[in-house]
Design a protein around this ligand. Structure first.
Ligand code: F6P
Length: 344
């Protein structure tokens, strides 16, 4: 019987509650008990936590967000001794092991704690799908579905007005959401961070399309996409979080202006923003999150620490946290080439 801590860190993501529920339900069967820290590492720091029980986790499977709350707090920020801080907090609550559910930052803290001897098992979370060690992260399919639905809707209004529609999507420095949703939604151009774009090539492509009789175009742009030549300024570098990440966004607005100015085609931008992270997870993400939660509990219960659960093909696996975090998982070039076939 162990007492296990759980927290959710970083941006929220559809499926977080499904993971929490799965950990608790799987663990209660073997008489483990659970402390849920509020707002990621902030709740550990402030000793703000709730008891996770059958009752407190009932009915949360389809609910978006996280019942624990989340934040981008970094316990090591400003030279703090994050390890001592977390160790004390866990001792106070008599917690034997901790399951952080998060992306590279939250799990990066987990890796440091593991190296300092604190028992950690990580669960990968991000709509961006850019974590190593797993083929897919939960939340990604939900985000792709939301973007695809938006593109479908933008198609009819684009066609009615003979407009170019620029759709800016999340994904940070990876083009997974843009490319998957772009393929699913039949985008006419997809701009991703992995392939810096040339604005002249983009507008030439749109001009060619329209010269061939097309009256509208859909351009999907990932928030982290950058111009090849550096001729267009993006907003990157304005604000940063506790892990030093710049707040992205705004490239769509620049493209709207540049495309309209250079082609004369009426252009509008839609920035989907946090809509992509909100609301109920699709069935795929609920299943993946549930499988991750069960596997994380099993790893903790068996004393296998310093690992992250992941999906390899159809199998749930455990990978060393340090391997998973070595480098981000960027877009598969072959997938992008498939998308390009349909740019028309
Ligand atoms: O990592 C998930 C994500 O949604 C990114 O796609 C996006 O760049 C970032 O988080 C936004 O963060 P915030 O919610 O702090 O604005």
């Amino acid at each position: 019987m162990a007492r296990i801590g759980v927290l959710t860190g970083g941006g929220d993501c559809p499926g977080l509650n499904a993971v929490i529920r799965a950990i608790v339900r799987r663990g209660l069967a073997d008489d483990h008990s659970f402390v849920g820290f509020r707002y990621g590492w902030a709740g550990v720091q402030a000793d703000e936590a709730i008891e996770l029980t059958m009752q407190s986790t009932a009915g949360i499977l389809p609910r978006g967000g996280t019942i624990l709350g989340t934040s981008r707090t970094n316990p090591y920020a400003d030279g703090a001794d994050g390890t001592a801080l977390v160790r004390d907090a866990l001792a106070r609550r008599e917690v034997d092991a901790l399951i952080p559910i998060g992306g590279e930052d939250t799990l990066g803290v987990g890796l440091r704690l593991h190296r300092d001897g604190i028992p950690i098992v990580g669960v990968p979370k991000t709509i961006d799908n850019d974590l190593g060690g797993t083929d897919v992260t939960f939340g990604f399919q939900t985000a792709v579905q939301i973007v695809t639905d938006a593109i479908d809707r933008l198609h009819t209004t684009a066609e009615s007005h003979n407009r170019v529609m620029v759709v800016e999507v999340m994904g940070r420095h990876a083009g997974w959401i843009a490319t998957h949703a772009g393929i699913a939604g039949g985008a006419d151009a997809i701009l991703v961070p992995e392939r810096p774009f040339d604005i002249e090539e983009v507008v030439a492509h749109l001009r060619r399309r329209h010269a061939r009789g097309r009256s509208f175009s859909i351009v999907v742009v990932a928030e982290g996409a950058t111009p090849r030549t550096g001729s267009l300024q993006t907003r990157e570098g304005t604000a940063t979080d506790a892990f030093g990440h710049a707040r992205l966004g705004g490239v769509g607005i620049l493209l709207e202006g540049e495309i309209e100015r250079r082609t004369g085609f009426e252009t509008r931008v839609t920035i989907l923003g946090h809509v992509q992270r909100g609301g109920t997870p699709v069935a795929y993400d609920r299943v993946l999150a549930t499988r991750f939660g069960v596997a994380a509990l099993d790893a903790v219960a068996a004393g296998r620490h310093g690992v992250m659960v992941g999906l390899h093909a159809t199998e749930i696996v455990e990978v060393a946290l340090e391997d998973a975090l070595r480098e981000p998982k960027l877009l598969d070039p072959q997938l992008y080439e498939t998308a390009e076939l349909f740019f028309g």
